[in-house]
Design a protein around this ligand. Structure first.
Ligand SMILES: [Zn+2]
Length: 349
């Protein structure tokens, strides 16, 4: 297939492994039937339990049924062939998740901060405005990625001042997605979105972990103006610290079963806003605010940006890589650099 059919993202440097990965992902947009079909994961790509003993048991179990990416396991098999199977996502989510992991691998570890994953997700979400299927893929992928050890390490390493706005942005993105699906009558037990309960359950778990780690606190209320379908407006005050309750609230309001829903959290269905005609959580505006507060520039006078490839070592000049490397050698060979320029991604296995 020609790589020129789908436009290259504007956020990338001229030679960039991230851009190549992103472009490979974007090829999927040419095949929406394939991209947005639901497929199985034989096991989640992250530890399932926070409880260490239980975690170990599961690890043992995992070893017994080793995943071989779909050769003998059910990874990638159509979800409709496995009725009631829990671990399903869109095929696009599978691809995007793998792409995120690869992108994480080509970041310079010394600068490997938060700019590499949630930022991309928020930006992808805003850029996919008008395409709810692609926005759902962003939400699916982010939910998975936040559960990985990679994300846990980053959250531990990061500065609280950076993490809190990021977590709040994630919260808004999820709520904006649910409100949008609600507007479109796509929330419910028979929704064409086949993994609503699963993804909601993962975000609830993430929200609770963030609360325990004091990265998502309640008491920080915001008031927005809701635009109602009849043309009137109404003030609405919300508290992102109650993210888990709001998500459960949407589940309750639309009779969606959330697997392993925590018993000690009340859904806040009655506190949810009325149906509105546009994104009441102001996600795009919040992203722009976040970008101007937390973004970095490539030089004086440039606009701050997030979610780019500045920490991707494949975008650096050979001299910059030599300078940053321990042995003062460019870790990439001439052949590898030539391949990169042609649009191939390096193998890091
Ligand atoms: Zn598998």
């Amino acid at each position: 297939m020609s790589l020129s059919k789908v436009p290259r993202g504007a956020r990338w440097a001229p030679v960039s492994g991230s851009a190549n990965l992103d472009l490979a992902y974007r090829q999927l947009w040419n095949k929406p039937d394939k991209a947005y079909a639901y497929v199985c994961w034989c096991q989640p790509p992250f530890p399932e339990s926070d409880d260490e003993d239980e975690g170990k048991e599961k690890e043992e179990e995992k070893k017994e049924n080793d995943c071989d990416g779909g050769d003998t396991c059910i990874c990638g098999k159509p979800a409709q062939e496995q009725p009631d199977y829990k671990w399903i996502t869109t095929y696009a989510c599978r691809r995007k998740f793998m792409c995120q992991v690869d992108m994480a691998r080509i970041r310079d570890p010394a600068n490997f901060d938060m700019y590499t994953f949630n930022d991309h997700a928020a930006r992808d979400f805003v850029e996919a405005n008008g395409n709810w299927r692609e926005q759902w893929v962003v939400c699916e992928t982010l939910s998975f990625f936040l559960q990985t050890d990679l994300a846990a390490d980053l959250l531990e390493m990061g500065e609280v001042d950076t993490i809190i706005p990021l977590i709040r942005l994630v919260g808004r993105t999820v709520l904006a997605m649910l409100a949008q699906l609600e507007r479109q009558h796509r929330l419910g037990p028979d929704s064409e979105v086949k993994n609503l309960g699963l993804i909601m359950s993962i975000y609830i778990k993430t929200a609770r972990n963030m609360q325990i780690n004091e990265l998502l606190n309640d008491g920080d209320e915001e008031t927005v103006e809701l635009k109602l379908p009849d043309g009137s407006t109404e003030k609405y005050t919300f508290d992102l610290g109650k993210l888990d309750e709001y998500i459960l609230g949407y589940a309750e309001r639309h009779s969606i079963t959330v697997p392993d829903a925590p018993q000690d959290v009340e859904g806040a269905a009655e506190e949810l806003p009325a149906r509105t005609v546009e994104d009441l959580w102001n996600t795009a505006e919040s992203f722009r605010q976040y970008e101007s507060d937390q973004g970095t520039t490539n030089g004086p006078g440039e606009t701050p940006a997030v979610g780019g490839d500045r920490y991707d070592i494949t975008t650096w000049s050979s001299a910059e890589r030599r300078e940053a490397s321990f042995n003062k050698r460019d870790p990439f060979s001439k052949k590898e650099i030539a391949a990169l320029k042609l649009g191939f991604m390096l193998g890091f296995e």
